[in-house]
Design a protein around this ligand. Structure first.
Ligand code: SF4
Ligand code: FE
Length: 492
């Protein structure tokens, strides 16, 4: 099958019987739900750009399995060039959506499982890699969205999976049958899970022998029997339910999506099981997925940062302060921080290396440094954007006020006319344009896109401490001590 268009992708979602709950109710037509649809539009953009000749060099590449064209989101990286193009593609998508476009978790999980299954088979003589290649071929040929599902709810963090009071706190194999396994548990904070055709489930951390049943990796369709999802609400989400409030949304078209995905005794046929009990490979799988996803943030958050910097610059222009030295300084600082993040994304890609099966991995130390910076710089970029935007981004009347015909002034002025009068600045913009750009800053810094730009920068692909542990492990302090000893003339 040829690569899908965005419209075909949206139609493909309608054919699924995905079970979605939100605000305590089952949502049957979730594809057209005003809270969910912006997140679907984001994913659709990953299809539409692949159809656009201007972007095909980044979006489309050749499959290592078939030699045919595939969307890069379904591709296994074959070189450091591929790794760099991935980051460039993600920056592009961030610029086009101003949001989390969700498809990267699938790409990162496909790559992590591809190389890890090869190494499991090498040690244990299993056939996980061949099984996985079949699944990958299907994903590439059908141009599907896969939710890479790693994060378990984890319950009491002081206890291992098997020690939890409730054994479902980590996804586990509940029963083994000749033809497959029954899995139980849940995955939390699942980016784009409702918008995915399939889920690729991985263990959430390094497991020990006692946690063998939790060392499981498998794929299953979104509408599998026993699988359902509960929508995570986001800041200002109910603004999307109101008619005639497009300006208030800041980003009407696009948004992110996170859910709790529940596996309520789901049967997984053997052909979709890619790890079952090989606990000694759980750490490798986690490290590789997290590494790829930490690289990803050096692209996607930079693209959203580009939108935010542009919005701040426009807000300054609309206020008539674009020539002020401190404004120029702040925009320079925002750009410097954003490009530093991009440099990290490109650096960990350029320094990537070949895995045993021939695919390419990022440099783990640099990817973790990349993500550690991501836990900080977007907050500073957002702080500067809010500084430049001014308080009006959170005190401004609604679109309904700006459009109101209700007469309130002594001379018969309407609410809309009064708003227009007092929020007018100069001829560089209309009051509506000023409102639009301030709402966009609000959306990225405090509204629903803040989930993707700020909090996800902090916690997505692992919270800051997870990267610090990896930086400690990869930092080669011993080598550095030796350098110091030699320079200092210390002989022992
Ligand atoms: Fe992709 Fe970034 Fe969203 Fe992760 S946070 S899915 S890398 S856009
Ligand atoms: Fe994420």
């Amino acid at each position: 099958m040829a690569l899908m268009t965005g419209a075909q992708y949206i139609e493909s979602l309608r054919k699924l019987n995905t079970k979605v709950y939100m605000f305590g109710e089952k949502i049957d037509n979730w594809v057209d739900h005003p809270i969910i649809r912006p997140s679907i539009n984001c994913v659709a953009m990953t299809y539409d750009l692949a159809q656009d000749p201007n972007y095909q060099n980044l979006m489309v590449t050749k499959s290592n399995l078939t030699g045919k064209d595939v969307n890069r989101f379904g591709h296994i990286h074959q070189s450091t060039e591929d790794l760099k193009n991935k980051v460039k593609m993600q920056r592009l998508l961030g610029q086009k959506t101003g949001s989390c476009f969700q498809r990267c978790v699938g790409m990162d999980s496909l790559n992590a499982v591809y190389s890890t299954t090869f190494e499991i088979d090498e040690k244990y003589g299993t056939d996980y890699h061949e099984r996985f290649k079949k699944f990958l071929l299907f994903v590439q040929e059908e141009d599907l969205i896969v939710d890479g599902a790693m994060t378990d709810p984890k319950g009491d963090r002081s206890k291992a999976p098997h020690e939890q009071a409730d054994p479902d706190m980590y996804v586990r194999v509940k029963e083994r049958r000749p033809d497959g396994i029954i899995v139980r548990g849940a995955k939390a904070h699942q980016t784009g899970s409702i918008n995915s055709h399939w889920h690729l489930v991985m263990p959430t951390q390094t497991m020990k022998q006692e946690d063998k049943d939790y060392s499981v990796c498998f794929a299953c369709p979104s509408d599998a029997e026993g699988l359902y999802m509960i929508y995570g609400r986001q800041s200002c989400d109910t603004r999307k339910l109101k008619d005639g409030a497009d300006i208030d949304l800041g980003n009407k078209e696009f948004g992110g999506q996170e859910t709790l995905v529940v596996f309520d005794d789901v049967f997984i046929p053997n052909e979709y099981v890619f790890m079952d009990g090989e606990y000694d490979f759980s750490g490798m799988l986690v490290e590789r997925f997290a590494g790829y996803h930490r690289q990803s943030y050096g692209g996607c958050k930079v693209g959203v940062g580009d939108v935010l910097i542009g919005a701040a610059a426009l807000a300054a222009e609309y206020n008539g302060v674009e020539k002020a030295t401190h404004i120029k300084e702040k925009l320079i600082e925002m750009t410097h921080l954003n490009e530093t993040l991009y440099s990290c994304g490109i650096a960990c890609s350029s320094e990537g290396c070949k895995t045993k099966c021939g695919s390419y991995m990022i440099d783990l130390l640099l990817a973790n440094v990349c993500k550690q910076n991501i836990t900080r710089f977007p907050y500073e970029i957002a702080r500067l954007a809010e500084d430049i935007a001014g308080g009006l981004m959170v005190t401004m009347p609604s679109e309904a006020d700006f459009k109101s015909d209700l007469k309130v002034g002594k001379n018969g002025e309407t609410i809309g006319e009064i708003c227009d009068k007092y929020f007018k600045t100069n001829d560089s913009c209309s009051t509506e344009e000023r409102a639009r750009v301030l709402r966009l800053v609000e959306n990225i810094c405090l509204g629903s896109s803040a989930v993707g730009y700020k909090t996800e920068s902090m916690h997505g692909a692992g919270s800051p401490q997870a990267q610090r542990i990896m930086i400690q492990r990869q930092g080669k302090i011993g080598d550095k001590k030796e350098f110091a000893k030699i320079i200092a003339g210390i002989k022992k």
